[in-house]
Design a protein. Sequence first.
Length: 255
Amino acid sequence: MSAATAVTDRASFLLADNPGLMTLDGTNTWILREPGAGRSVVVDPGPADEHHLQAVLAAAGDVALVLFTHRHGDHTDAVDRFAELTGAPCRAVDPQFCRSAEPLTDYDEIDVDGLLIEVVATPGHTTDSVCLLLGSEGTLLSGDTILGRGTTIIAHPDGALGAYLDSLARIRELIAEDLVRRILPGHGPVIDRPAEVVDFYLEHRAERLDQVRAAVDAGATTPREVVETVYADVDESLWPAAEHSVAAQLDYLQP
């Protein structure tokens, strides 16, 4: 059974065995615990993979709380089984993933045995996306809002580009205020230069919007037609995902 990989004094993770085009190496399940504390918080237990859940349970010990960064199944499919295994309450923005607890809301402050977590609403990838801030060490768990490698999709129609750009700007402000010095993503490696990554995300979105505008001006009328032009150099296996982001961009560009 795999052991958790420690990243900070308060955060370690186990990688779920669900690699893919959308999940990169797999889903990062994060285990948070205040140094010296007996209980932990598990973030995104992931897919309903019994081997993975047992490994998480072995690493996490006494689980006081389970949190979800957003509704996608590679983060939430294990909700019922993990609640059964741990007996812990589960919280997410979307009430359907809450068990014996209230939904998360922006600026919620959670204290588990001295571990302080602030909820930062970051809609865009999905309407219910949140990040989780460990202010004592400048660490932000980003879910799929920011990935450790590449860029995330806007899961239109659930996601929205305007909200996503606002969320990136909010994260960038936290970085500028030195409240975030490290990002722990839902997929991919840890980000130790968060300002560079968020700036890249913002620049990438601006460039894509310019490309989408140009494709529309050239006669493209559907997300697929835009993708065939803008993403011509991208593996076609990624085009269906790109269509979601393009649909969000076209919606954003509507007068």
